[in-house]
Design a protein around this ligand. Sequence first.
Ligand SMILES: NC(=O)c1ccc[n+]([C@@H]2O[C@H](COP(=O)([O-])OP(=O)(O)OC[C@H]3O[C@@H](n4cnc5c(N)ncnc54)[C@H](OP(=O)(O)O)[C@@H]3O)[C@@H](O)[C@H]2O)c1
Length: 281
Amino acid sequence: MKISGSTNLVGVIGDPVKHSLSPVILNAAFNKAKIDWVYAAFETPEDKLADAIKGIRALRIAGLSVTMPHKSNICTLLDEVSESSKILEAVNCVVNDEGKLKGYNTDGDGFLDALSHDSGMDVADKKVLVVGAGGSARSIIYSLGKAGAGDVAVINRTKEKGFDAAKLAGPTGRHIEESDMPAFAAEADLVINATPIGMSHTEEKQKFPIEPNLLSKGQLAVDLIYHPISTPWLEELKKRGVEAHGGLSMLIFQAARAFKLWTGQQAPLVAMRKAALKKIQ
Ligand SMILES: NC(=O)c1ccc[n+]([C@@H]2O[C@H](COP(=O)([O-])OP(=O)(O)OC[C@H]3O[C@@H](n4cnc5c(N)ncnc54)[C@H](OP(=O)(O)O)[C@@H]3O)[C@@H](O)[C@H]2O)c1
């Protein structure tokens, strides 16, 4: 990678971001595409976000990936936000379009791209169970609704947040009680873990977002966790014949959407995945 006087600079803004995989994935993409772009990490505390955005404008930085804790607060600092960002009140990608900062949210649609790539599933008319109601769950629930999922049930530790998130799917979204979950899980076409439960192999307390024995062959499960590449939950499900995928594809596909927004080009997906796997494994 050669940096020149005309190199386009983009980067991730968040706190913390030092361990982010995005620089590895996106620099691999720029290299493979042989374009004069480079991606950095901008660790920015919450109370410096407004200053940082002024800096982005002044320095004409070409775009940003946005991660916690800024996804929501950045919305009011931009010139324009997409329809989905407005509804989700969250931005994960900013494009500097000749001085105009435009915010997007590529998480939910990146999830659907990943699902289609990994399993071939089209969620139209499908029965989906989402565990969790945080930022990633909300964007996925919204995209499931837009894509015509038939029944979207949400279960969450904090019920109020679950109710609120379920509404994002539109009329087919609903929050379900713990007591109704086993029957729904057994019939779901797709079960998604959008919580950090099971992230560490050494975690003894709670390893499974949903008891694996509620699912069986013919069903599909996705765990958004990408580090580790596979979780104890996914491993148990695979033993039961359930098709199970981790979160790395979503990470790649949401980054690919950002790449397209910034450069106008299709992202080199294979190179991006290879670089991420090399870093994680
Ligand atoms: N693959 C990808 O591209 C990608 C992208 C984003 C996130 N992720 C992963 O997705 C997961 C969620 O991320 P997020 O950004 O949505 O986080 P978030 O906004 O902090 O939301 C976390 C969600 O998990 C629930 N939760 C947390 N700890 C729990 C526990 N011990 N028991 C039960 N529920 C618990 C929270 O419930 P409450 O509402 O009760 O707090 C909330 O619903 C993380 O593992 C993250 O690494 C992956």
